[in-house]
Design a protein around this ligand. Structure first.
Ligand SMILES: [Zn+2]
Length: 480
């Protein structure tokens, strides 16, 4: 037994039950008598049987059984011995709770808890005094059951950084409509996800709530609480839990009150009140389900998160699911809206050669494929743009004409077979003398721009032989 035999050595940082071992070392150090320790095999009775064990092994077995009994009694009555040991020299506590394991871990956890409390308060999710009403241990345990990406989704959802339309319209230039694409009425924030009133989303909500309530009935939850939860969830935040509690006792009223203080979003994001566990404890002990209150709480959180996550999946299937013609429902709608806008274009606003686009059979276009509609939109948009360009150009030519009379150059209208008009800019032709002068200038520029050779004592005449400029380009010294 290393700890008792070496009472002056320090404990390792991650030592489990460090408070007890530290206390043992302290007692050994302070004891005026010499202590010695002997190893006794653990669980020897289970391995060898009672008769084959010596006295120490039998006493060890007895101590084990007494410890288990005390633990079960403490768990059933919720009464445990005080963690402070008599004459203990050092006690480390974070937030009033004694640290029995890694101090670093305990300080980390305590600090994280404090920062989370400040964050939830600052974001108006949970006010600081109500923060400890949440069963945070359960939230942590429940999330351990999920893959990492699910936890990432929940973090984004809680901190309101999920890719909802309200958020996307901040981030992306191509998204300018923050409204919900399912109901088309409200701004799609993360809070709207569980409050959307579109029929499809309501149906999905009812389905997931039914899954939750039937699980509650199966695990022996009082029918009063099941009815309360069902009514509360289907009201989508329009009713308080207290309003949904029809019958019940003081415990239920307190539970409803606590849940109301934590608000709708907390419940739907798995932050349940610790009172749920206290209420379910006696119920589960009496039942034959072999389900601990902790496990029940974790399953409850999972069912609640399922409701929110299904709403998010439903929303995404509407926005991202590629259906007919490889387009989402929202994209089909956008195409129809654009056709509707363009079909009211004045034919006179188009160039004559594009006016036939307005003779389109719009009924046939509506019934045809999305690709046909997209083609028509593209052709219409380019026709509108072309007409606009011609108009602008005509205006600018008229403006210039006034300033630069007499005109030497002007745009020539050219008529095509299709009766359309194309304006082409005429180029002034150079005279023969001007062409010759430009060529001479170019040749001089080429020779003058070329750097002189490094050997200054043997200057090379420029352009004295037809090959000299080529050789210089290749970096060789010219032959003289
Ligand atoms: Zn909506």
């Amino acid at each position: 037994m290393n700890h008792g035999n070496v009472p002056t050595s320090s404990l390792c940082e991650k030592q489990a039950q460090a408070d007890l071992l530290r206390y043992l070392k302290q007692l050994v150090r302070e004891n005026p008598f010499q202590s010695s320790f002997e190893w006794v095999e653990g669980h020897a009775v289970e391995r060898k049987g009672w008769a084959a064990c010596d006295l120490m092994e039998r006493l060890n077995d007895k101590a084990d059984r007494l410890a288990k009994k005390a633990l079960l009694a403490g768990y059933a009555s919720d009464e445990y011995i005080h963690p402070d040991l008599p004459f203990e020299q050092v006690r480390i506590k974070t937030g009033g709770t004694k640290v029995t394991g890694s101090i670093q871990k305990a300080v980390d956890k305590h600090y994280g808890h404090k920062i989370a409390q400040q964050f939830y308060d600052a974001q108006h999710i949970i006010s600081s005094p109500d923060f400890n009403l949440v069963w945070w241990d359960g939230v942590e345990l429940a999330l351990l059951e999920y893959p990492k990406m699910f936890r990432v989704w929940l973090t984004k959802h809680v901190s309101e950084f999920a890719g909802t339309n309200a958020q996307l319209s901040y981030w992306r230039e191509d998204v300018d409509d923050p409204t919900c694409q399912c109901c088309g009425e409200a701004i799609e924030t993360t809070m709207h996800l569980t409050r959307c009133q579109s029929p499809g989303r309501r149906k999905m909500l009812a389905l997931t709530v039914r899954t939750l309530t039937s699980w509650m009935v199966d695990t022996g939850v009082d029918v009063v609480l099941v009815d309360m939860i069902e009514e509360y969830l289907l009201a989508q935040g329009e009713k308080t839990m207290t309003e949904c509690l029809r019958l019940g006792n003081a415990d239920y009223e307190l539970l409803a009150e606590c849940s109301d203080r934590l608000r709708w979003d907390s419940l739907l994001e798995g932050r349940i009140s610790s009172l749920w566990i206290q209420i379910m404890k006696p119920v589960l002990l009496d039942s034959r389900l072999y389900l601990s209150p902790r496990k029940w709480g974790i399953q409850f959180i999972e069912h609640l998160l399922n409701i929110t996550h299904k709403q998010w999946i439903f929303r995404n299937s509407r926005v991202h699911y590629k259906g007919l013609d490889g387009l989402t429902a929202a994209q089909h709608e956008e195409i129809f809206n654009r056709v509707e806008e363009l079909m009211y274009t004045e034919p006179d606003d188009l160039l004559p050669k594009h006016r036939h686009l307005m003779e389109q059979d719009f009924e046939g276009l509506a019934e045809g494929s999305a690709v046909e509609r997209q083609y028509w939109i593209v052709r219409m948009e380019s026709a509108v743009a072309a007409a606009k360009q011609v108009r602008e150009r005509r205006d600018s030519i008229r403006g210039l004409a006034r300033l630069t009379r007499p005109r030497r150059r002007r745009d020539q209208p050219r008529h095509r077979a299709s009766n359309s008009v194309v304006y082409q800019r005429s180029r002034r032709r150079l005279s023969n003398d001007e062409v010759q002068q430009q060529r001479r200038q170019a040749l001089n520029n080429e020779n003058n721009n070329y750097p002189a050779t490094q050997n200054t004592s043997n200057p090379t005449p420029r352009g004295n032989s037809p090959g000299s400029s080529i050789l210089r380009r290749q970096g060789r010294p010219p032959t003289t």
